[in-house]
Design a binder for this molecule. Structure first.
Ligand SMILES: [Cu+2]
Length: 122
């Protein structure tokens, strides 16, 4: 008689439990994209006079978020919750990201923490 094995049941249960944790590893706003996104609208955050404009940016899932630094000093777009980070955006430069998860994401500039903004992905 074969012994009953719990693994055929346990393995799917374990996969179901780790799936949400695995999904959280994908950045909500992904600055690591290397390719030009095929779909989605480009939405711009203009960084000027030590402020993010618009302060609240509403985008759709898979839209591209482009942060343009029009100041004379470097800035960053850094998630308050540690979910994304543009790294340093030098004066006159821009960085792009793709909105990959719905939610409300407050961010700041890591160099000038008083600079604050929010990206809403709907
Ligand atoms: Cu800054």
């Amino acid at each position: 008689m074969r012994r009953f094995s719990a693994w055929p049941v346990l393995i799917p249960v374990i996969l179901l439990l780790i799936a949400p944790v695995w999904a959280m590893r994908i950045p909500a706003i992904d600055f690591d994209v290397k390719v030009t996104p095929r779909a989605g609208v480009v939405q711009t955050i203009n960084i000027q006079n030590f402020a993010f404009n618009p302060q609240t940016l509403v985008v759709n899932l898979n839209d591209t978020v482009r942060a343009i630094n029009n100041d004379g000093v470097p800035h960053t777009v850094t998630s308050d919750q540690g979910l994304f980070d543009s790294g340093t955006i030098r004066p006159g430069k821009s960085k792009q990201a793709v909105a990959k998860r719905r939610g409300t994401y407050p961010y700041h500039c890591s160099i000038h923490p008083f600079m604050k903004g929010t990206i809403i992905v709907q």
